[in-house]
Design a protein around this ligand. Sequence first.
Ligand SMILES: [Zn+2]
Length: 152
Amino acid sequence: MNFIEKLFSKNKIDCPRCLGKGEVDWNDIKRLNKELKWGPGKCAYCNGSGKIKSNFESKVSVDTTYLTSDLNKKERNRVINKDEKALLRGILFEKNADNFIKQVKYLNKKGNLTKEEITEFYLIPENEMSNEEKDELMDYIKRIIEFDKNQT
Ligand SMILES: [Zn+2]
């Protein structure tokens, strides 16, 4: 490492979300207990660089569910800078995800519905969904049911 590199990497540490890879994989997702909230892909915490400034973690927690690569640059910056409305959107996002997971578990356990029937249920108000989106929804519902089974 030459002097310039050293200078610029000063105060930078390995990203605690992706452990410096720049990509989040299932091991990272499991470690942070986000199996039903995140998928593998570019790390939104370090923005794919694998490194963060050492004071970054004091700004935004590594397991902030809302901080995913789905956010655009502006929203990401708002979250990092603790913009009140963005934080509120984050809380709502997490709440909606938790509610959906609870509903799927209820329909499966109490309602004895299969993953296909639960998918059909959620498709009632969705006329515009593509087949790809439907498959994605069913896959997510399947993961919720299987995750729940593995927990008990
Ligand atoms: Zn990262």
